[in-house]
Design a binder for this molecule. Structure first.
Ligand code: ADP
Ligand code: MG
Length: 729
């Protein structure tokens, strides 16, 4: 299933990425110097650097930070080195002995080095004569190198050696930067060593005047940042871990800070620019529904969200609100009441769902809610055809329909409203901004208000970086009496118990989902899994006592629909399916969700699937079936599912496990690659940067104050492309 299209159109994310990549410095003549003219580079190497790493100017060199550092600031004992997790070690040890081993080529020169804590081997595969000349038995050396473990013994291949008594300082040197390189670059002497040498020259030649400090002094003071000059110097050649940390702090802060400044600024601009229809009234229909037809009392969260929406609708600015709530949290009624507000003010609404089944279900539940009122709701999907479709479109154009619910069919040009005031989009990750925009254009003079409903909880940290253009409301409370779904993890061994449990549930009148993973590239295999599973199931749960339906991606939509209907109507006890039921289906009587090969599902998918049950009054169960062998990550996923039903918590773990680039619906935000910042590790800096950005823009929205000149300039030069986004939407 493709979740891809969602963020494809989130230019916001792309743009923020590009600007981050373009760096932290303000351009000037010095930084614009062509790398060709830098000592140690020249025309041939500069061409290669441009081809391989896209480097043209001095600035590009400076902004290509080391990927890591070798720490030569301290000496570890051999025992520490062996037990630690070091990539690179610095030791002080005596060479006891050495000899050449092996008769055939390549021979190895092996030396034994010891200190008080233990011993290890040093190995050379070439240049033996030259090395032996330098080795003195019984002498103490400072040894630097990469520690590797080979068949249970540790060694360092081709270490760097220096006689300890000849060292000027007790500890050898600094943090040595490691630069990225490629095969071609390495061939031309531009491996990390070669690049380091060039950088050493560049950094030594820098002067403070070459850099324009753009951060205001008060921020530098407040957070004890280093100046931009020191930051650049220390990120390349730090003299201590502490210096490095200070430099990195500033870089991380900036990566977040400028992104936040831009997002908030854009958001404020947009608020100013996009006028919205004002819905001043809470009118008759809304009140009638609220007083007479509300089937249950609203939860606190639902009430709060409705208030937020009403505030938007009365503000004169177009609403762009993301309504987040876990599956079953009751988003539909909030949407419906928003529709009533539009209706009371003389406007039509539309509700767009990603699939026919979902559109159908919305149509049914909303028709039910509206059944005792003068309210006209229609369903427009691909299967509404011919004269029926014509009539529906005519009514819509005349304003004789208050709410039209549908699929993508709604954005076709033929769908014309008399007076569209509200667009609701369900399960937003299926729609892109372009589609949203198309719905906007269906408004007459002013764009309709937009409410996007999503059941995919997105961790707050991600919000802060990706949803600059949306206000967010969260329904964080389930309707009362809802029993949290009990989640269990079972291995194959317990299959008989699971079958027994299924029989018991069916005897009590419940229904059961069984889901098999579907992965695009191995669809055939998955289908096989599903078919095998289905056949096995039939032997355990034979007809006619047990009715089992199957739904999978290869079926025709009509067939799928029919199977779903049969399950929905209670004709089938068990629905075996691939993940097609993932989104939105509502069968309150279904109380068991069995997920086969659960280790193959991502966390957010597992959570979505679990949301299919627990919709009725009965205790519901989610059973995660797996084999015995599980990866560590799979274990974390399964344990998280067993531990919590809170979608936001699940989302946080998911984010921590996979990084923002892989979160469902947010794939493209993987483009949001920072140089140093990490959304999870530096959550706090993100938060602070956002607060600071907000304070600054509160006080000085246009950044006109003298102390903000640098920031403004930075945004103007580095964030040019960003302006595009506000225009796109
Ligand atoms: P979702 O947020 O997943 O779209 P729905 O709007 O489909 O959730 O609501 C799930 C179920 O909970 C529906 O059957 C709905 O009628 C019911 N429900 C919603 N709000 C409440 C409430 N405040 N009290 C009781 N039941 C509610
Ligand atoms: Mg829903």
């Amino acid at each position: 299933m493709a979740f891809r299209n969602y963020f494809e159109s989130q230019e916001l994310v792309f743009l923020s990425f590009e600007l981050i990549r373009s760096g932290l410095l303000l351009p000037n003549a010095y930084l614009s110097k062509k790398i060709e003219f830098i000592k140690g580079i020249g025309p041939a190497r500069s061409e290669l650097l441009e081809k391989e790493l896209g480097m043209k100017k001095l600035e590009d060199l400076l902004m290509d930070f080391p990927i890591r550092y070798q720490d030569r600031t301290s000496i570890s004992s051999i025992a520490q080195a062996k037990s630690g997790n070091f990539d690179w070690v610095q030791l002080k040890a005596v060479i006891r002995d050495y000899r050449i081993i092996g008769r055939k080529h390549p021979k190895r020169l092996v030396a034994l080095a010891t200190d008080e804590s233990g011993s290890l081997e040093l190995v050379w595969f070439k240049s033996h004569d030259w090395i032996i000349k330098q080795l003195v038995k019984g002498e103490e050396y400072i040894i630097n190198g990469k520690l590797t473990k080979f068949r249970n013994s540790f060694n360092i291949a081709h270490p760097e050696l220096e006689l300890a008594r000849e060292k000027k300082t007790k500890v050898s040197g600094n943090l040595i930067p490691i630069y990225r390189s490629t095969e071609k670059l390495t061939k031309r002497g531009l491996d990390t060593k070669g690049r380091g040498k060039i950088m050493k020259g560049v950094v030594a030649g820098m002067s403070r005047d070459d850099f324009w400090e753009y951060l205001p002094d008060y921020l530098i003071d407040k957070f004890k940042f280093s100046s931009i000059y020191d930051t650049i110097r220390n990120v390349h050649f730090p003299e201590s871990q502490r210096d490095l940390k200070i430099a990195e702090n500033r870089i991380i802060f900036e990566e977040f800070f400028f992104l936040q400044l831009r997002l908030i600024k854009q958001y404020l601009n947009k608020k100013k620019q996009i006028k919205g229809i004002v819905f001043p009234e809470v009118g008759d229909l809304f009140l009638e529904f609220f007083n007479d037809h509300l089937p249950f009392s609203l939860t606190g969260a639902q009430e709060r969200v409705l208030k937020e929406i009403r505030r938007d609708l009365g503000s004169g600015v177009q609403m762009n609100r993301l309504l987040q709530g876990d599956v079953g949290s009751g988003k539909t009624i909030v949407a419906f009441m928003t529709v009533l507000l539009a209706r009371d003010n003389g406007y039509q609404s539309c509700l767009m769902a990603p699939t026919e089944i979902l559109a159908q279900q919305h149509f049914e539940s909303i028709s039910e809610l509206a059944k005792d009122m003068r309210f006209r709701v229609a369903l427009l999907t691909g299967s509404v055809k011919g004269s029926q479709r014509k009539e529906l479109l005519r009514m819509l154009r005349l304003g004789a329909i208050d709410l039209v619910i549908g699929t993508h069919a709604l954005i076709e040009d033929k769908v014309i409203f008399d007076n569209l005031g509200l667009s609701i989009i369900d399960e937003q990750h299926r729609f892109g901004v372009a589609q949203r925009a198309k719905l906007w254009q269906k408004g007459k003079e002013l764009p309709p208000h937009v409410l996007i409903m999503s059941a995919t909880p997105i961790p707050r940290t991600l919000h802060m970086t990706t949803y600059g253009d949306l206000d967010v409301s969260v329904i964080d409370e389930l309707p009362p009496g809802r029993k949290p779904v009990k989640t269990l993890h079972k291995t194959e061994y317990f299959r008989p118990d699971v079958i027994k449990f299924m029989k018991k549930q069916i005897a009590e009148g419940r229904q059961i989902y069984i889901v098999y993973p579907l992965i695009e590239e191995s669809e055939n295999m998955d289908l096989e899994d599903l078919n095998n599973g289905y056949e096995k199931l039939m032997t355990f749960l034979p007809r006619p006592d047990y009715q089992i339906g199957v739904v999978h991606g290869r079926m025709k939509p009509e067939e799928k629909e029919k199977e779903m209907q049969r399950f929905s109507a209670g004709t089938t006890h068990i629905l075996v399916s691939t993940t097609v039921i993932e989104v939105g289906v509502n069968v309150p009587n279904a109380s068991v969700m069995i997920i086969e090969n659960a280790n193959r599902f991502g966390l957010s998918q597992l959570h979505q699937l679990r949301g299919r049950v627990g919709r009725g009054a009965n205790q519901s169960y989610c059973i995660l079936m797996t084999g015995n062998k599980l990866s560590e990550e799979a274990k974390v996923r399964l344990n998280t599912m067993v531990r919590t039903t809170d979608g936001f918590e699940v989302a946080e773990v998911d984010l921590a496990l996979r990084g923002p680039g892989n979160i469902q619906g947010l794939e493209q935000s993987g483009k949001l690659v920072f140089k140093k910042a990490d959304l999870i590790e530096h959550k706090n800096i993100l938060k602070i940067s956002r607060e600071v950005a907000r304070e600054i823009l509160d006080e000085d929205p246009e950044l006109l104050a003298p102390e903000h000149r640098g920031i403004r300039k930075y945004l103007e030069t580095r964030h040019k492309k960003a302006a595009l986004w506000s225009r796109i939407s």
